[in-house]
Ligand binder design. Structure first.
Ligand SMILES: Cc1cc2nc3c(=O)[nH]c(=O)nc-3n(C[C@H](O)[C@H](O)[C@H](O)COP(=O)(O)OP(=O)(O)OC[C@H]3O[C@@H](n4cnc5c(N)ncnc54)[C@H](O)[C@@H]3O)c2cc1C
Length: 293
């Protein structure tokens, strides 16, 4: 199923994001995660494209395997980092040949040690150019892009960031998937501005269940997501108890998702970090039906 076909009135579009593991143990965790989440009938599973442009072909291989083994649509993430236009086109040919119908089109972060993003020789500078290149090559791909309810870290202000997001949609993106956030009010404010800016494609909240405080602190520091003080103090109070952290994280995500669904979110994109337990708990609490029932 293409991204453009998923978010129909009355339907809830669940999507799950995984990453390419680096070890055999990691491989086992990845496949177990997908196996355990498949019964919730996700509209697609997406696989990230390694920072710095690493895992280029591995992302395609994992997506192909997801489709073959689990008969679920896969979405391959794809960034501009380290590739010329010709290399980007070649990768798209490989993705199409592998039967992948959806692309998450991103600029990517500057490679480690580089202060600001610089395009590869003959490459692209912004994700809207990547969306245009994909559309030029094939009308067949479904295309998702990234949106930032709390502003992208490099953007001077939310208005400019939103104008830049609109460029991606105008270039042909089918839906916007947000960066992870913990404060729904920020998402609602962003959605209002998004609608006022005349952006009409589905806006899908991105949720990362907190399973370990130390890990989530590292992740939010990297991506700039705002961590509410109240939640931080509750987690700090149990910093030696991983089970308690997990429970607080799951409880927060359930509350967050319920409110988003009640407010009309057409779907949910879960960053599961190749672990299924928290996501299963959340989906069960939300009453998402599984094919096992
Ligand atoms: C759902 C999701 C999935 C992700 N998956 C991956 C992944 O698999 N691999 C990975 O490496 N990273 C991934 N990322 C992270 C992403 O690569 C970074 O956030 C990156 O810094 C920005 O990517 P972008 O596609 O949003 O870039 P862009 O949309 O190009 O925006 C980058 C910055 O440039 C500005 N800008 C955009 N267009 C223009 C323009 N035309 N003129 C001037 N300024 C402009 C924007 O306001 C923003 O500040 C993901 C993020 C999200 C939300």
């Amino acid at each position: 199923m293409r991204i453009s076909e998923i978010y129909q009135p009355g339907e809830f579009g669940l999507s799950i994001e995984v990453f390419p593991p680096k070890t055999p143990k990691g491989d086992a965790a990845l496949w177990e995660t997908i196996e355990r989440l498949t019964p919730y009938r996700p509209a697609f599973i997406s696989c990230t494209y390694g920072a710095g442009g690493t895992t280029r072909l591995r992302t395609i291989d994992i997506c192909r395997e997801i489709q073959e083994r689990f008969e679920l649509p896969a979405t391959a993430h794809f960034t501009c980092v380290g590739s010329s236009r010709d290399e980007l086109r070649e990768w798209l040919d490989s993705a199409a040949a592998a039967g992948i119908g959806n692309i998450m089109a991103l600029r990517g972060d500057p490679p480690q040690g580089m202060e600001e993003f610089r395009p590869a020789e003959g490459g692209l500078t912004y994700a809207n150019e990547l969306v245009a290149l994909i559309r030029e090559q094939s009308k067949e791909f479904g295309i998702g892009v990234a949106g930032y309810p709390e502003k992208h870290q490099e953007a001077p202000d939310p208005e400019t960031d939103l104008t830049n997001l609109k460029r991606k949609v105008d270039a042909g993106a089918d839906a916007v998937f947000t960066q992870l956030f913990f404060v729904n009010e920020n998402f609602f404010r962003f959605r209002e501005a998004y609608e006022q800016a005349g952006i009409r494609v589905p806006l899908i909240p991105g949720i990362m269940p907190i399973t370990e405080f130390a890990r989530i602190k590292r992740i939010t520091a990297m991506c700039g997501a705002i961590f509410p003080d109240e939640l931080a103090s509750r987690l700090e109070a149990v910093q030696d108890d991983k089970e308690a952290q997990f429970e607080i994280g799951v409880e927060h995500a359930i509350r967050q998702c319920r409110e988003l669904i009640d407010a009309g979110a057409p779907g949910m994109h879960f960053y599961v970090l190749n672990k299924s337990q928290a996501c299963e708990r959340i989906l069960d609490a939300l009453g998402v039906e599984t094919s096992c029932e």
